[in-house]
Design a protein around this ligand. Structure first.
Ligand SMILES: Nc1ncnc2c1ncn2[C@@H]1O[C@H](COP(=O)(O)OP(=O)(O)OP(=O)(O)O)[C@@H](O)[C@H]1O
Ligand SMILES: [Mg+2]
Length: 324
């Protein structure tokens, strides 16, 4: 496998509290790599730091420490020419396609503008038709229309088409299908899969939905409160080792799990609020306050676990797997 992009011990601190007096780490010591022609699924619940990581990779944010390496070079040490090439090579796709486009411009205006900005082809019209067809759209049905005249699924296809116009190497897709209905979701995930197999385009798929990650992910990274808890190939979701991953998989709702009563939702919210402070102040594992296996003896409440390579390529950040 050939590496395309690598995160090395990336940490991002933000200010929090009144007047931004205290700092907290939204992302801490995150390392993983995306290979050429592969899909890496980054899974995590709300607030775990997924979008922060996407923004760092897209160079919208600088990490507080750590490095992001693209084809062997630190993306924050690029010169102007390398930066321009990077902005072409790495394209973002976002959750809400309606807010990704200027509502006053038609689809052709939008795509022509991108084509002009990146001089995508000598024949922009042909290039635009080609990418629209590539994402399963009939050009006639979308050209000349404004974003609000398209469905969410059609518009998300247009955003992928726009990204493809500049022939990227990596797509950073932040919850690209969360706002779409189930069948459209699968269609869009299938497009990402086809781009991988057909054009060797890699994707960092960010999602809170484990089933999406398992559906298309070659590699999986499980994030919790800014920490990578477990990572490895897709089979780690079949045999998860970290107690958090196990819990995440067990909490996937199914047709037979109808239990979300008001009382249970309120109890869960109260528990989360109580945990919030311990999680920010803990010197130990971020998951310790929720973990059924956490113990003083293992040091879960006082010592931060390192990433432990339990088997080749399968990393778990948990004291249970420390070799003694
Ligand atoms: N600019 C900012 N200033 C301060 N805190 C921030 C900022 N941006 C994000 N955060 C905080 O950092 C943490 C991680 O946020 P982030 O948006 O990366 O999470 P996420 O995993 O993408 O969540 P979601 O699934 O809800 O999109 C959250 O606690 C969030 O409140
Ligand atoms: Mg997010």
């Amino acid at each position: 496998m050939v590496e395309l992009l690598r995160l090395e011990n990336v940490t991002k601190e933000y200010s929090r509290g009144l007047f931004g007096g205290t700092r907290f780490r939204a992302v801490e010591d995150v390392s993983f790599k995306v290979d050429k022609g592969k899909i890496l699924a980054l899974i995590g619940e709300s607030g775990s730091g997924k979008t922060t990581i996407a923004r760092i990779i897209l160079r919208i944010l600088r990490p507080t420490s750590g490095r992001v390496i693209f084809e062997g070079k630190d993306i924050f040490a690029f010169d102007a020419e390398e930066s321009a090439a990077y902005y072409r090579n790495v394209q973002g796709i976002f959750q809400d396609p309606y807010s990704s486009f200027n509502p006053l411009k038609t689809v052709d205006d939008i795509l022509e503008l991108t084509c002009k900005k990146y001089t995508c082809s000598e024949y922009p019209e042909n290039a635009i038709k080609q990418v629209l067809e590539r994402v399963g759209l009939d050009p006639q049905s979308v050209l000349g229309k404004f974003p609000h005249q398209l469905s969410g699924g059609q518009l998300q296809r247009v955003s992928i088409a726009r990204a493809l116009l500049v022939k990227p190497r990596l797509l950073v897709a932040d919850e690209p299908v969360s706002m779409l209905d189930a069948s459209t979701r699968v269609d869009i995930l299938n497009i990402l899969y086809d781009l991988k197999t057909g054009e060797n385009i890699s994707t960092l798929l960010i999602t809170h939905d484990v089933s999406q990650a398992y559906y298309v992910g070659d590699e999986i990274v499980v994030l919790y409160r800014g920490h990578v808890m477990e990572r490895g190939d897709a089979t780690i979701l079949e045999k998860p080792l970290h107690p958090y991953t196990t819990n995440l998989l067990a909490s996937v709702p199914t047709l037979s799990s109808r239990w979300a009563t008001e009382e249970k939702i309120r109890a869960a919210r109260l528990r989360l609020e109580a945990e919030e402070e311990t999680v920010y102040t803990t010197t130990g594992c971020k998951y310790a306050s929720r973990c059924p296996y956490a113990s003083e003896k293992l040091g879960c409440f006082t010592r931060k676990p390192p990433e432990i390579e339990v088997e080749p390529g399968h990393f778990v950040r948990c004291w249970l797997y420390e070799r003694r």
